[in-house]
Ligand binder design. Structure first.
Ligand code: ZN
Length: 319
């Protein structure tokens, strides 16, 4: 059966690229998201893959442009739908949000074809996404520094929770944040339609991070092999799971020095960062409130009182 996404259309054993129409720009030009369809020669499951729903998060696009050329439809069972750049307008200007309606796109699923700019985009991609058996929504910790991890956002009481956790384990970043997400996230909304979905967070970078991109490429191929799209075996490994995420702000203004490295274990009471004045005088040392893993931190050292500094993943276990 021929499979289409926007103008991309592929018969079994073929692939195609095209554009998915999501309306018009201010000058009346049509806006089409770049899409690809890889239709396997043999029957199987369907994977939906997307990136850049936050316009400054490029590692997922780095994954897609490396994965797609390696996919041979003649050797694929099932099909793969890809939206390379979801937040079209944010991507043009390297901004996180969609500048047309100033919304975070990943709070607007399942979207609305007659709604705001972001809602029109998410409605168009969600129509394709919900036809899939699995969804990978590639993200990163924006331009902050962050470990490579995978988020399960459906909530631990959801009927698809164990399937989402399995998908996260197969993707294999080593770390999983298992915490119900805010309304309007794809990884929260799609499981309600019966599609196991994860939100791999591929580090944090300005531009591309090679190690995070490669981890994402490996993760996509793990998923393709484990769920039978491609031949080959995948042995899963234990993941460290955090069920809570503690955020730390600066109590005073100044310049931040970290006392622990990204990915390090921290203990309750252990100093995690210090703030100094411009002349090197220490103004405050901040200790961890709980045991956990040093998960994410701001990139720039200067902070105002109350400004976000870092996050620690807590309530840890492994599975
Ligand atoms: Zn994101």
């Amino acid at each position: 059966m021929t499979i289409s996404l926007g103008t991309a259309s592929a018969a079994p054993g073929e692939s195609d690229i095209g554009r998915l129409d999501v309306g018009e720009t201010r000058d009346g030009s049509s806006v089409g998201l770049p899409v690809a369809v890889i239709n396997g020669a043999d029957d199987g499951k369907r994977l939906y893959l997307q990136a850049v729903s936050d316009g400054d998060e490029l590692n997922g696009l780095g994954v897609i442009r490396r994965v797609v050329p390696q996919l041979d439809p003649a050797r694929l069972s099932g099909s793969i739908l890809v939206v390379g750049i979801v937040n079209y307008h944010g991507f043009q200007v390297a901004e996180h949000r969609n500048p047309i309606d100033d919304r975070k796109l990943n709070r607007t699923f399942p979207g609305d074809p007659n709604g705001s700019s972001s809602e029109r985009i998410t409605a168009a991609v969600f129509e394709a996404a919900q036809t899939a058996d699995y969804i990978l929504d590639l993200h990163q910790g924006s331009t902050s520094r962050m470990i490579d991890e995978v988020r399960v956002r459906c909530g631990r009481r959801h009927r698809l929770h164990s399937q989402c956790l399995e998908l996260a384990k197969v993707f294999d970043c080593g770390y999983v944040l298992d915490q119900k997400g805010p309304d309007g996230q794809l990884a929260r909304v799609a499981p309600d339609e019966g599609v196991p979905t994860i939100d791999p967070e591929l580090g944090g970078a300005v531009g591309f991070s090679e190690t995070s991109v490669q981890k994402g490429v490996d993760g996509v191929f793990n998923v393709l092999r484990y769920y039978g799209f491609l031949d080959g075996n995948v042995s899963t490994t234990r993941q460290t799971r955090a069920k809570r995420f503690d955020q730390y702000g600066a109590p005073v203004g100044g310049l931040v020095d970290y006392r622990v490295d990204l990915g390090a274990r921290v203990s309750s009471g252990e100093p995690i960062f210090e703030v100094t004045d411009p002349f090197g005088q220490s103004k405050a040392t901040i200790e961890a409130d709980s045991d956990g893993i040093f998960w994410r931190s701001r990139r720039l050292p200067q902070v105002a009182a109350g400004e976000y500094v870092c996050s620690v993943g807590t309530n840890l276990d492994s599975y």
